[in-house]
Design a protein around this ligand. Structure first.
Ligand code: PEP
Length: 251
């Protein structure tokens, strides 16, 4: 994840995957050369980070990330994982603020902001998720919500190497629904303008991913939208052939 202008195709395996899934990870690594135009990232469950990092060869376009982290480096936080632990296991990135964490675990923008800073402390790239609910979109509040999440969740000092924004409309996650290309373009342009305003030159190249029901059949169209610099993929990232087909669609 060194060239901030290459598209990034990231897979979020969520709570899926056992040791037996190593074959799927090997297939992704083996097929990665077909997606030479994109950087690839797989975020398996924490139990598989070290094993998958061991599968990825040095110099490969595939990297391994965590799905969440605690803001503290260590301490009495039963069941949590720190960014230092993820880095130690071989991760180079971590997802923060996924809507499932925001909804299921009450994560506020302030918590997400602290997690992003924790990612940087351990030299991980923060893949920071934002997105509106169906009710918020229906009420015409999408850009207000996105603006509020950006102001609250993104720490000062973001750079093209330390931050990736993932725009994931909550109503599109795991539903098979996607926004129109026009709607995606509008939100991504809004995010780009925000990043340029606050992070100047880096703001021009911080990658903005689209996420929400991306699959091989809609990847070409979504990845061609202006200011869409890659995708964050849930369900379709579990199968190497689907994930690689989406990656191959990166312009
Ligand atoms: C996600 O949860 O980040 C996601 C995009 O899921 P899906 O691709 O399954 O909609």
């Amino acid at each position: 994840m060194t060239d901030a202008r290459r598209p990034l195709i990231a897979g979020n395996w969520k709570m899926n995957g056992l040791k037996a899934s190593a074959g799927e990870m090997r297939a992704i690594v083996a097929g990665a050369s077909k997606a030479a135009k994109a950087d690839l990232l797989i975020c398996p469950p924490a139990t598989l980070v070290a094993e998958f990092a061991g599968i990825v060869k040095k110099g490969s376009p595939v990297a391994i990330g965590g799905q969440d982290c605690h803001a503290a480096a260590s301490g009495a936080h039963t069941g949590d994982i720190s960014t230092e632990m993820l880095a130690d296991a071989g991760a180079t990135a971590v997802i923060v603020g996924h809507s499932e964490r925001r909804a299921d675990h009450g994560e506020t923008d302030a918590i997400v902001n602290a997690k992003a800073q924790a990612a940087w402390r351990a030299e991980l790239t923060a893949i920071l998720c934002i997105g509106e609910t169906q009710a918020q979109r229906d009420a015409g509040k999408t850009l207000d919500i996105i603006g509020g999440q950006l102001r609250g969740s993104v720490p000062e000092g973001a750079t093209a190497n330390t931050l990736v924004i993932a725009y994931e409309p909550v109503w599109a996650i795991g539903t098979g629904l996607t926004p129109t290309v026009k709607d995606v373009a509008q939100v991504h342009e809004y995010i780009r303008n925000y990043l340029k305003q606050y992070f100047k030159n880096d703001g021009e190249v911080i990658r903005i991913l689209y996420g929400g029901s991306v699959k091989p059949s809609n990847a070409v169209e979504l990845l061609a939208v202006p200011h869409v610099n890659g995708a964050l993929i849930g369900g379709a990232s579990l199968k190497a052939s689907d994930f690689l087909a989406i990656a191959a669609a990166a312009p």
